[in-house]
Ligand binder design. Sequence first.
Ligand code: ZN
Length: 511
Amino acid sequence: MAKKILIFDTTLRDGEQSPGASLTSSEKLLIAKQLAKLGVDIIEAGFPITSESDFESVKQIAEEVKGPIICGLARAMKGDIDRAWEAVKYAERPRIHTFVATSQIHIDKKLRKSQDEVIEMVIEAVRHAKSLCSDVEFSPEDAARTDIRYMCSVVEAAINAGATTINIPDTVGYAEPEEFGNRIKGVFENLGGLIDYHKVVISVHCHDDLGLSVANSLAGVMNGATQVECTINGIGERAGNASLEEFVMNLKTRSDYFADYYTSINTKEIFATSQMVSNLTGLLVQRNKAIVGRNAFAHEAGIHQHGMLKDKKTYEIMDASDVGWRGEHIVIGKHSGRHAVENTLSEMGYGLDAVQIDSVMERIKTLADKSKEVVKEDIIAIATDVLGQVASNEEIVKLVDYSISSGNEKQTSACVVLQVNGEEKKGSSQGVGPVDALSKAITGLTYPLTLKEYHLNAITGGTNALAHVTILVEDDSGTIFSADGISEDIVKASALALVKGLNKAWNFLKK
Ligand SMILES: [Zn+2]
């Protein structure tokens, strides 16, 4: 009988640790609901001890998202575990995931303990977690670089202390597929009886530093693992995690080769989920990304087109509709009513409340009045922007007005009018171009921020496209904030992004 492979999604925990990807609580909730629709088995919603806002967001997901197991991460320490439990206990099916590093380099340099002392920590932590929650996952961090005999002793101790899932992570993305597969096989060879007796799930968690995270995950599954930890679009620390969509579509597309395994993912929700995560995190999907890149199903090259005309199967191994790819730029139309807009949004997983829909409708009307054809991507972009608005009590700086002067022979200058704490301030500056001049004028009136990264993306193409500007700014303490702005005018989109970044930095300072 084919084995079900559990999909453990960590987009909201490991994925959110991607440099520059910070999500608000309402954005995280929206993604969690979409993940439930996608059919993931476990959602790792966050790392509750790290901040008050992470705690609140895990708690909210536990309370509101039905279907998947909701999991919170905790180091192998009592305080962490208690905090994780406080956040996940409201879920239908809560899980605590605790971990401790086991590779010699981590034990020596980070923990400064002996191997036996680490095993004691594991036993204590798992027992404590188990006293709170029946579903406990344990990970020996950096397992792929841990001596296999020692790793097995740690795993054995964790199972005896009550762990129900054992996750073997390649934390630093160092393993090769055959080697990693052998490590999983080794776990079963050494501890098979114990694993069977306690019905323990063996899981894998691979990183993409050498581009092998999906291959390593597949090797793990072929050697007995029945849970795979992954993220949407493969986002995550450094080079990222194994990509959910790539892993799942390998099993599905090559069901001849992987005949013994299946997942309960509704693959038709893959594209909507990928777009949502990309829009809300600001981490764009590269065009040639497997499964969800814009080019993945666009057979534009002439030689392919010829073959395609006769039979799609000549070059397409997957059907675009299997991953829910609906094509781009579907026109919604200038006179589309609220109903059509709501439908488009819910189809893409955006369940907004009435007030949010009102502001989306207002923005669509303004856009349509400027003689712009409104397409699906515009609506999603506007909805994303509405969701990501800084709460009004946190809006310390407001953009009132700006103007730019630039030309071939003269230096670009910008004038801005801002409202700062209710008081109107005017300023101006020169720069090498409009964004530089604007940035200097705005930060000159407020707070020193350095623009570290600037990305401009035209949402629909054409000179009247909506522009989406995503930025990373750094304050003088070295803290990095991400922000974005949307407008049909690229300069205005840049100004809005800068102001949003300032509000984030100031609110952070207040806390
Ligand atoms: Zn990880």
